[in-house]
Design a protein around this ligand. Structure first.
Ligand code: NDP
Length: 602
């Protein structure tokens, strides 16, 4: 069955069985423990290849208004929105050597945004910038992060190549003490954490990595000194090299065609194939997106968010693979909301899903002429189980004579490395270089990781306070016992495939909280009852996705096949509804989280 027509009940039953078998081939009892972080003896995989020599500086002991942890888009947007509220002393602390976060670290060949740039790049109306491509290259996005930081004067207070190591609430003076790995210990009236979600590179926990005599690195720390070239290609250093790459997720799909062009020979070690849909990237002009109108970017990204959140819109301004599939689940949500019939919803979802996956598998067959490679490249799971990917050069790469696809599903991934290369199914593949496109540890950055201890009132540590009954927040941002601490990210908040949009709404909210507390001379701290009410709201109303992810092929979406963590982690009615809720709350109820100070503000 390779057409996109609606499948028959028999075909659906066959697919269900095939998906079950393919999932079983891949689930491992060790789940996320199969990986090892780029730390301790593997810390060099996370070293910064871009910053050059870190300049010496004296440790800081001063006081600022707001400390922001993280200089990716979350932190930059927080800074910009705070500036618009008139906040002066802002200090962004960032591990990398400059702003950009994900786009600072990920500079691998082929790196592009997989969401349309005109809705992904934030503050386009405010900066007047119009992206040049429908899907921007990484460097254009990184430059835009720097542009925002310059426009809102965020470089002046920033600390780069610096990691925050602890946050401690000082009861006596009602400020946070921010300690860093550069010996700083400065004070901040407010702290905003924007530490990102997929920022710590991970490696397969296989034996022998350290024995391999060839060269290795992770895609988020690309070694251009070894490969030569730039993110646009031209890796002349690989012309005589046997290169291997492990990983065929969103990163692998972008890198593999570039390596195929430049390597003498490329071995692609695949465990689970991605879905790779049409990309159709193209140059764009201001006229294409109506950039001469005030507020054009806001209108466009709201339109995109409505469609991918299942809210519907009269017009589809972006009109691409995301909006046409709307990741399927969201597309069907409006009718579920109207009818509330779970069975009808699931049945309609399964049919739409099977049709979409048939279309993707047909695309593989129509593009890849080698039947063996084509068979291995077909994905057998439901569309939203893994992040969908898009490329017009990926499948074509497997028709090249210098590319070999090695399927590793039966051995649960590459088995081990030797001095000479990689072993799969008893065969050793000799390599000069192995690239790890193996993704990032989930939930290990920021306050939830335990690597950034946060001590609130009475010295209570945030993770200890949450240990027994799980995280407790109001809207994901604030917590009882942790005054003037505002957390950005997806915990107990809303998410979307266009995460910069979500981050900007969070930044607006964070800045409004700070402005209100400043105006009232108060602290920001929700009551326990407000947290209880929020946790109850998270648990209510929408179809829970647990049943869906439980049957999915393993990956970071479902804790490597072991299911999602207990307790509600996200607002169930989607980002559009969440943003409306926050706007109303700011107008009507914000005063409820303001508590009197006992000291004068420093
Ligand atoms: P992923 O976690 O999505 O992919 C990791 C890959 O490594 C998977 O193919 C995985 O296989 C494979 N793998 C892991 N261990 C082994 C092993 N032992 N043997 C063989 N294969 C192995 O990481 P990515 O970096 O690709 O993407 C992470 C996220 O980053 C994306 O989901 C997306 O959110 C974001 N991203 C966004 C981009 C954008 O343009 N906006 C571009 C790139 C990434 P398996 O699937 O079987 O586990």
């Amino acid at each position: 069955m390779t057409t996109s027509q609606a499948p028959s009940p028999e075909e659906l039953a066959e697919l269900r069985e095939r998906y079950r078998l393919e999932r079983e081939r891949r689930v491992r009892p060790d789940g996320a423990r199969q990986y090892r972080g780029a730390e301790a003896e593997f810390g060099y995989y996370a070293a910064d290849p871009y910053a050059g020599q870190t300049p010496e500086r004296e440790p800081l002991r001063d006081t600022v208004d707001v400390a922001v942890v993280g200089g990716g888009f979350g932190g930059i947007l927080a800074g910009a929105r705070l500036r618009r509220q008139g906040v002066e002393r802002i200090r962004i602390v960032e591990k990398g050597g400059d702003f950009g976060g994900t786009w600072y670290w990920n500079r691998y060949p082929g790196v592009h945004c997989d969401i349309e740039s005109h809705v992904y790049l934030p503050l386009l109306d405010e900066t007047g910038y119009v992206p040049r491509w429908k899907y921007a290259p990484g460097e254009e996005i990184r430059r835009h992060a720097m542009r925002i930081a310059e426009q809102y004067d965020l470089y002046s207070g920033a600390l780069f190549s610096t990691a925050v190591t602890s946050l401690t609430w000082d009861e006596a003076s009602e400020v946070w003490i921010v300690a860093t790995d550069r010996g700083d210990e400065f004070r901040a009236a407010y702290v905003i954490t924007a530490t990102g979600t997929l920022s710590e590179p991970k490696l397969p926990g296989i034996p022998g990595i350290e024995d391999f005599r060839g060269h290795t690195f992770h895609t988020s720390r690309w070694d251009y000194a070894y490969t030569g070239g730039t993110p646009e290609g031209g890796m002349t250093g690989l012309a005589d090299k046997r290169v291997g790459i492990v990983g065929t997720g969103a990163t692998g799909v972008q890198v593999i065609p570039m390596l195929a062009e430049d390597a003498h020979h490329l071995h692609v070690f695949q465990r689970t194939p991605s879905t790779v849909d049409v990309r159709a990237n193209r140059r764009t002009t201001g006229r294409d997106v109506g950039a001469d109108r005030d507020g054009w970017a806001r209108e466009r990204r709201e339109n995109f968010l409505r469609i991918v959140s299942g809210e519907g819109a009269e017009q589809d301004l972006v009109a691409d693979g995301w909006t046409s599939s709307a990741v399927l689940l969201e597309k069907l949500l409006p009718s579920f909301r109207r009818q509330g019939d779970r069975e009808a919803f699931e049945a309609a979802y399964e049919i739409a899903d099977a049709a979409k996956m048939n279309e993707i598998r047909a695309r593989v067959e129509a593009t890849v002429t080698d039947p063996d490679a084509a068979e291995k490249l077909k994905p057998w799971y439901r569309y939203a189980c893994k992040r969908p990917t898009f490329s017009d050069t990926y499948y074509q790469a497997f028709d090249r004579d210098n590319v070999t696809l090695v399927d590793t599903a039966d051995t649960h991934g590459i088995e081990r490395m030797t001095e000479r290369g990689v072993v799969v199914g008893g065969t050793e593949y000799g390599l000069d270089c192995l690239v790890f496109a193996t993704g990032f540890s989930v939930g290990v950055s920021g306050v939830l990781s335990g690597k950034l201890p946060v001590h609130g009132r009475g010295g209570v540590q945030l993770l200890h306070a949450w240990a027994q009954h799980g995280p407790r927040t109001l809207h994901g941002f604030t917590a009882d016992g942790f005054p003037n601490l505002i957390q950005m990210g997806s915990l107990q908040n809303a998410s979307s495939v266009n995460f910069t949009h979500v981050l900007d709404e969070q930044a607006v909210h964070a800045a409004a909280l700070v402005a209100a507390a400043e105006a009232a001379g108060a602290l920001i701290e929700p009551a326990r009852e407000a947290e209880d009410a929020w946790i109850a709201a998270l648990a209510e109303g929408a179809p829970d996705h647990e049943w869906f992810h439980a049957e999915c092929t393993p990956g970071y979406y479902n804790r490597e096949g072991l299911g999602r963590p207990n307790g509600p982690t996200a607002y169930p009615h989607g980002a559009v509804a969440f943003h409306d809720l926050l706007r109303r709350w700011r107008e009507e109820s914000l005063h409820e989280v303001l508590r009197p100070r006992t000291t004068a503000r420093a």
